[in-house]
Write a protein that binds this ligand. Sequence first.
Ligand SMILES: [Zn+2]
Length: 109
Amino acid sequence: MEERDLFDERQETKKHSLTCPHCRQTNEYEINWIVRTKKRQLPPRADDRARAMYAKARSYMVRRDDLLACKNMRCRKRFEVAGVQSVVFTGDAVAGKGIAADPENFGNR
Ligand SMILES: [Zn+2]
C-alpha cells in the first residue's frame, strides 16, 4: 500500500494575485496544483501499517508551478512564485465537496 492509495488525486488551477519583483506590477495568475483528497474509506486490503498511515493522513495540495511569466507586456520576465506555500493542508471536512483552503494558510502573505 502506497501513500497514493489513500488519496484521490486531481489537478486544479487557482488564481493568485502576485506582484512581479522586476516591475512591481500586481496581476492575477493561474497556478496549477495537485490536489490530494483523503479517501473517505480505507481500501479493504489495508493492513495495520496502512491503517496507521490513513489515520495520520490529511488532505493536501501541492503547488506545481514555481516560475511564472510576468503579465506586464513591457516586462515579461519570469519570476519565482513567492508568498504562496508549496504545500497546503486542506483538512478533511471538505472531502467530496471540493477544496476550501484555510484562508489563514493560503494565498499571499
Ligand atoms: Zn514584471
